[in-house]
Design a protein around this ligand. Structure first.
Ligand code: DGL
Length: 278
């Protein structure tokens, strides 16, 4: 395949569910010319409480699936999968550029005035080396208040972005942090940016939320540029989705979360991931 053809290959992205659409949203505005394959592994959601080993198996298999369909770069649009598998994916696929998520503790530590920062993420992310490493490198001088927001991923998957349950979960997580004096709260799970309006309401105007998605989109642009892989053609920008969960539910959530739609195909798991008969 020559370089011109390779430039036109899609970016492959995945998450346990619809969370990665918050990253896709940023990719669409930064790189509107790129085709994207997005896989939501909703058969296995939530990843957050699962073992590292299990999440790694899913991540490797999904990455193979996306590469087989021509992905020129992989975005692990999931903090939990990045925590469990990013290192191994880069070792297994050394020629593929792979972008992952890590909690945006660095910008939070740089910007905080009170020296108190909240981080919302899932248990796997907090237990991972990526989180430990960013805290050690950039946030030694900062007090971090953590919450896993149990149940929030499931609410967002159900399309509930402002239900009494969502408000209850967020109050429980954020009230003690606000009381303690945080001025910054980091979205350490790609699902959570979808409830930033409620978070802002609860934390008030003195607390800033950090969604890492725009920075990740800029990083994708940098990598594609460096490797001469940016799609310069006019015909790009198509979206293709796959879900291992309920196809209809995914179709219905797309416009609400992403503001646009694309074709969705059903995938299934046996040991491997495969495309179901349509
Ligand atoms: N969206 C994923 C993340 O960024 C996790 C959601 C889940 O627990 O499945 O961590």
């Amino acid at each position: 395949m020559n370089i011109e053809t390779f430039r036109e290959q899609p970016i492959g992205m995945f998450d346990s569910g619809v969370g990665g659409l918050s990253v896709l949203r940023a990719v669409r505005s930064e790189l509107p010319n790129e085709d994207v394959l997005y896989l939501a592994d909703q058969a296995h959601i939530p990843y957050g409480p699962k073992s590292k080993k299990k999440i790694r198996q899913f991540a490797v298999e999904i990455t193979c699936f996306l590469l087989e369909r021509g992905a020129k770069l992989i975005v692990v649009a999931c903090n939990a999968a990045s925590a469990a598998a990013l290192h191994e994916l880069r070792e297994m696929f050394p020629s593929v550029p792979i972008v992952g998520m890590e909690p945006a503790v660095k910008p939070a530590a740089e910007r905080t005035h009170t020296g108190k920062v909240g981080v919302l993420a899932t248990p796997t992310t907090f237990a991972g080396d990526l989180y430990a490493s960013v805290v050690e490198r950039f946030a030694q001088h900062v007090t971090i208040y953590k919450s896993t927001c149990p149940g929030l991923v499931e609410e967002i998957e159900a399309g509930n972005l402002d239900s009494p349950k969502v408000r209850g979960i967020l109050h429980e997580a954020l009230d003690p942090m606000v009381e303690a004096g945080i001025d910054t709260v980091v979205m350490g799970c790609t699902h959570y940016p979808f409830v930033i309006p409620v978070i802002d309401e609860i934390t008030g105007p003195k607390v800033r939320t950090i969604d890492p998605a725009p920075a990740v989109a800029r990083q994708i642009r940098r990598l594609l540029t460096e490797r001469s892989l940016l799609n310069l053609g006019e015909s790009g920008g198509k979206l293709h989705f796959y879900t291992s969960g309920d196809l209809q539910a995914f179709v219905e959530l797309q416009p609400k979360l992403l503001g646009e739609t694309g074709e969705v195909k059903q995938v299934k798991w046996n040991d491997r991931l495969y495309l179901a008969e349509q």
